[in-house]
Design a protein around this ligand. Structure first.
Ligand code: NDP
Length: 258
């Protein structure tokens, strides 16, 4: 059961996997006046069919917007479109969920895979935060409440335990995905530095690990269904306060080591 009460929510990579499940659960449990900007890189394409169906079912909740994390113009364009629809309340919740996974170990990792992973998993989210920050600032000011929460203004970066310096070495033989892990470690640092920069605006910013989930990225041997992971993540997001600002939690709310 979703407990997120933010009015205006934007999710990247919303056409499949965890992003799609998040849009679904938010729509099924939506509060009055809640709106979800479900972004994906190809809204008209075959991979977005399930999202289009969902948007048909919940037309007053979901707006599909094109956003390709690899394309700075599309990020800017999306922010213009969303900005025009947001109104005076601004954007309360930005979920940077889109990512790619490239495999490799030191001996085999390709430069191209490293570049692509950084483009989608680090540079994309940086540009997205830059473009949407004014709307988050508007939401934080408009809320009129002190402190931090995901209902007021928050950036939630969906990263992974694979980006943890402490935990990943012991998991590397099971998950030989070096370009992904290195980019996600960068994404974790991006989050910590963004948290530092936006704390004066009372915008909450943190990293969330969804668990190992059965999606195209997680694979069929994963231990969790998307439903369980997203239920957990929404519960965690709904309960965040300034105590978790700049933190690294998993879908159960447990704190993880960097
Ligand atoms: P999926 O591969 O199922 O979905 C990835 C999503 O990201 C798709 O919607 C995809 O869209 C989108 N995406 C990829 N590249 C871009 C881009 N350039 N611009 C916009 N969207 C893009 O992955 P998950 O749902 O499993 O993963 C979601 C998040 O959770 C990721 O950040 C991942 O790192 C994290 N995570 C997942 C785990 C798991 O076990 N599943 C474990 C730990 C973390 P398209 O259809 O266009 O490719």
């Amino acid at each position: 059961m979703a407990e997120v009460k933010a009015s205006n929510i934007l999710i990247t990579g919303a056409n499949r996997g965890l992003g799609l499940e998040m849009v679904k659960q938010l729509s099924e449990n939506s509060c009055p006046n809640q709106h979800v900007f479900a972004t994906c890189r190809d809204p008209e394409g075959p991979r977005s069919e399930a999202l289009r169906e969902l948007a048909k079912k919940y037309p007053s909740v979901i707006t599909i917007i094109r956003l390709d994390a690899d394309d700075p113009c599309s990020i800017k364009e999306s922010a213009k479109k969303v900005g025009a629809l947001l109104g005076a309340n601004g954007l309360n919740l930005l979920v940077n969920n889109a990512a790619i996974l490239a495999r490799g170990i030191i001996k085999t990792s390709q430069a191209e895979d490293m570049k692509n992973s950084f483009n989608t998993n680090v540079i994309g989210p940086l540009l997205i935060i830059q473009e949407y920050l004014p709307y988050l600032q508007t939401a934080a000011k408009a809320s009129g409440t002190p402190g931090m929460s995901s209902n007021k203004a928050a950036i939630i970066n969906i990263s992974t335990l694979g980006g943890s310096m402490t935990k990943m070495p012991a998991m590397f033989s099971q998950f030989p995905v070096l370009p992904y892990c290195v980019s996600k470690a960068g994404f974790n640092m991006l989050t910590v530095l963004a948290a530092e920069e936006v704390k004066g605006d009372e915008i909450l910013c943190m990293v969330l690990h969804p668990g190992w989930v059965k999606t195209d990225l997680g694979g069929k041997n994963a231990t969790l269904e998307p439903k369980e992971s997203v239920e957990g993540m929404l519960r965690v997001i709904g309960g965040l306060t300034e105590k978790e600002h700049g933190g690294f939690l998993d879908y159960t709310g447990a704190t993880l080591p960097w």
